[in-house]
Design a protein. Sequence first.
Length: 85
Amino acid sequence: MPSYNVSILGFELSFKTDARERRVESARELVEQRCNNMLKAGGKTLGKEKLLAYVALGLADDVLMSNQRLTDLETRVGALLTKID
């Protein structure tokens, strides 16, 4: 399992994951982009830890909504397959 070192808002993180380097870099870029967007929207008074917590909550919400959409699509596809049979 490869090891990675990334820096987000000055925090140095070291970890191991099966993810490829490009995906790790894309994830880092997404977090930084969300942080920058929040700062531009008036979050300049937030500390780094709180800013990252808000970004984590936003990303978690995105995952939950995506999972719900996937479940809904699977249900619809299942219903359509039943009609075809």
